[in-house]
Design a protein around this ligand. Sequence first.
Ligand code: COA
Length: 706
Amino acid sequence: MGNLNCFFNPEHIAVVGASRSSEKVGFSILHNLIACGFKGKIYPINPREEEILGLKCYQDIGEIGSSIDLAIVSVPEKHTLKVAKSCGEAGVKGIIVITAGFKEVGGEGARKEEELIDLCRRYHMRMLGPNCVGIIDTHTPVNASFSKGFPKKGNISFISQSGAMLVSIIDWSTYSDLGFSRFISLGNKADLDEIDFIESCTEDPNTNTILVYIEDVADGDRFIRVCSEASKKKPIIVLKSGISAAGAQAASSHTGALAGSNRAYDTAFHQCGAIRVENMDELFDLAKAFATQPLPGGNRVAIVTNAGGPAIVATDAIEERGLAMARFEQDTIAAFREHLPAESNIHNPVDILGDAKHTRYRYALEKVLADKNTDSALVLLTPTAVAEPEETAWAIIDTSRQFPTKPVFAVYMGGGTLKKGRDILTRAAIPTFTFPEPSVRTLEGMIYYSGIKSSIRQEPEYKLDDIDSSQVKSILARALKDNRTALLGHEAARVLNAYGIPSTRVHLATSAEEAGEISDEMGYPVVLKISSPEILHKSDVGGVKINLENRAQVETAYAGVMEEVKSHLPEASIYGIEVSNMAAEGIELIIGLTRDVQFGPLIVFGLGGIYVNLFEDVSFRLASSLTTRKVIEEMISETKAGTLLKGFRGNKPGDMEALMETIARVARLSLDFDNIVEMDINPVRVHVRGVTALDVKITIGGDTGN
Ligand code: COA
């Protein structure tokens, strides 16, 4: 998308619906533009006025004569389309439609929004809104919004789908110490959306951290593509509320049931390096940390404290969140032994005791930061009678400046007596907390980002040039033509084979005699499974017999299976019985796929068998990310199945290479065929050498093409 200069660096701005009445939105917008110190030209438009706030007023935008970069529209809904059209005719580059009453009210409003979009397209005009608060850039400066107040200048951009959230944060920012570069209220996202603004803020030299509050992502693929690039340059911290529509969809497979509502968002954010937070506190703690501190080089944290209890709480949080306590060099420990009181704890956490003055803090912090095994430090202070919160604050500030590559956070645990110290720290850009846990959580976010930054979007490593997609296409076309919603077992096995995924050989028999012939040809032992499009969970209705050793057993079992299934489901249409060979021993896993409305195919991996949903030992990734060994290895290692595969308690390890390639192949299959709606390969057996898909269910839908 083109740059959004007309919104952030406009020279000529028109305010359509500017008003003299100070209680009106059109007044606030004009007032805000003037008050923020905007240096370009402002044109109020109001057919009833000659002049507003000292500026000449125009009847219509077409009268102005100069080319207008940005028009802010604050007229009632019934006039908006007409105004937008006159903006288009006047060659306006961008419009901000403040007016409400469009898609958010449904019906006629939604239809009018479509008309508004058409107008923008016709006149090549970009639009923010409708139903929004506007935008602010503190560096330009431009305040094209009806916010109350103007935020402090800084380097954080905040993009929000909720106007209310945005105005609250603007107000809050006026007495917090955080500075902002941009505020963007997305409104209905009829034209420009969060992705356009993430892209624009990534290019903005005045923004170093991007905060996003969203309720949905309309274009999952584009979101991932843009954020993958953006997050390599700047942290993107996302607070996503609301439940994804994917969660509401009925799921017939194990995978679908496991996926749940928020998994796709979690995996998508992880895949593109965006940091997902749970609440506003986390959002701004992280924003503060990214805006003021360097990225940690690793996960080893040192603690300096004047009290044992809080240090234990911090240590627990560090371990729970998968960070590590730094283990100091011998020199550091020797220095502590010599210079700190004998009762001190000289290992991490370094407890310099309740009588510690600022000099002791300075000494200890300097030593731990100088130690090559420390990546970041937390300084804890509790208000003992002899503590020196303010002097200690200066000691922390000076020392942290000596080590500009290592983040330092302060935890001042207490209230009134620590306020001055806390203010000194905050003003000097040291993130300061009241309790240890949020400080560790923030550090974890920074460490997560520095780790993920290096691993986003690598070149695909699995070439997979042996796949036969035309075969899959014809199997799916036939099944869809028969109005079926699931493939039969032997068809599903052929789909896997066409994508290079080994499965047990499967042949359909329509009589006991034919089953016997197939078994003789295949070799014993064999398995029989009922073949019916209406039966997904075959063993539940007596539709499976395993380990059949000879022809007589096969023929008897054939009759037995038919009888039992018919007694359970007399109406089911039965195509016959599938004969397949028994696979070698191995670890039984599940590889499955489901689809998310926004982000497309989602792959699950984990411990297989009938207890999949009970144990939920699974991990998820979007199929589009499963192209490199690193991502697939990480996915496997998140599960206990990953530990089993390494050879647990004397068992032989499973063939990791073959398994990883199988996951890459399933991902590719899901990306190639939209009409494979869900799939469970459960179990897929991983042998010492190779893998075999033992059972596969493929649910289909949509049209017959791919
Ligand atoms: N061109 C220029 N000015 C026009 C006009 C036109 N075609 N039509 C009307 N105006 C003028 C009006 O005369 C009025 O000026 P005045 O005060 O001098 O009479 C001004 O525009 C505003 O019109 P008014 O009818 O007074 O509307 P309003 O200010 O009460 O409401 C909105 C306008 C846009 C604020 C209102 O319709 C709205 O949508 N409110 C909700 C906004 C919102 O919540 N957005 C989302 C935030 S999350």
